[in-house]
Design a protein around this ligand. Sequence first.
Ligand code: AMP
Ligand code: MG
Length: 491
Amino acid sequence: MTIQFPFDNSYATLPANFFARVAPTPVVAPKLIRLNRPLASQLGIDPDWLASPEGVEVLAGTRVPDGADPLAMAYAGHQFGNFTAQLGDGRAILLGEVVDRDGVRRDIQLKGSGPTPFSRRGDGRAALGPVIREYVVSEAMFALGIPTTRSLAAVITGERVQRETMLPGAVLTRIAASHIRVGTFQFFAARQDFTALKHLADHVINRHYPDAAQTEHPYRALLDGVIARQAQLVARWLLVGFIHGVMNTDNSSVSGETIDYGPCAFMDDYDPKTVFSSIDELGRYAYANQPRITLWNLTRFAETLLPLFADDEKAAIEIAQASLAEFSGLFDKAYQAGLRQKLGLFTSQPDDAALAQDLLAAMAANQADFTLTFRGLGAAALDPANDEAMRALFIDPAAYDAWAGPWRARLAMETETPAARFAAMQAVNPAFIPRNHRVEAAIQAAMAGDYAPFEELVTVLATPFEDQPERADYADPPLLHQRVLKTYCGT
Ligand code: AMP
Ligand code: MG
């Protein structure tokens, strides 16, 4: 017998109150709609086998592979600021873990694979639309170089799920460094189960922050590590115009990966207030609020660790506060460094932040497309003859001219060749992002049984920094009638 998945499960060895053992529920007629072959190989799984009828049954949850130890993870969480002590995997099942080709341990999870003890009133299922959105956007984020969970496969189940209407059911196979969330820590903190909390913290240190174990204060180093990675992550989101949409603490990964793609979207025109999610009525998770919310979530995380910091609560709070105070500096550093790269700057000058801010302000005032503006700057840096295309992105072209003068003066302070600058800029300013109208079109086509637009979108987004002249239309912002202003969780 050949081993199909080289499982090496560690979460399943944790105490029984960390999860509920539960098998996925078989489906009527599983059909593969997309397999991520390079990712399968990276995980040490034969892609041809995964695409076989037996493999597809595994991806649909109909067959449990050898070595799997299927379970639903327990977690709690603040949703839009309100705490729920028990959430947990209500429609996801962890099959197990594999150690990939680079020696990195990865979770293999089915999302939409049937009810679990944490399903509450939900059906444990996923509709095709959200599965396609998560597949497209998570893989686009990966190609953009942003830490993220990945998508190994999407299958349709042959069953319908009841949402506002009846929709085709689907299962996504999600790969993550782990699915441990801020909410996982909150689950045990809320129960004052400090033994479990320590166990969880040790597991996370061992798995994600091994260096912390070598320090004098491992739990404080754990907090510092999570703060550093989350600060980096949210800076990277802002630098590509990504809006997560549901930054609840149960959707915040302690490994520092982007996780739980629900009503997420990329903005077209630059507007810091942009919100797409239909349920985010107050704009809590608006584009520009994301760093603040990340810190809010990290503060909730720090609270769960207090008992591990010191016996004296006051001393523990001081430790947490000192670590949390680092967040804004770390975020700023990552964000400003990213902006300098986007502007084509190799060095750092005191006025650079203001220069970047001036451009963003002009973009916001003139409905300039975020992605096209930065992508176009590379060519403009190379040759001012390309300014005409830049000017056209601004309602008032003079707003671009007013900014470009000081920008060129700043570029002239550096000695890099124009060609080197151009190459560096094209490597950080993508031509292609998962534009909301394209994602929506891929979803609509898939619901009608045509997966070609989904396939093509994934292909274009796999090399976002390369000009793809034959796919140039994928770089275009939506026409007025194509604009998609609302996105839905679809849960
Ligand atoms: P989300 O907003 O997608 O992060 O999900 C929040 C919580 O609701 C998690 O505990 C999910 O497992 C649960 N949930 C979402 N959709 C479903 C569903 N269709 N069936 C059962 N649980 C669900
Ligand atoms: Mg979630």
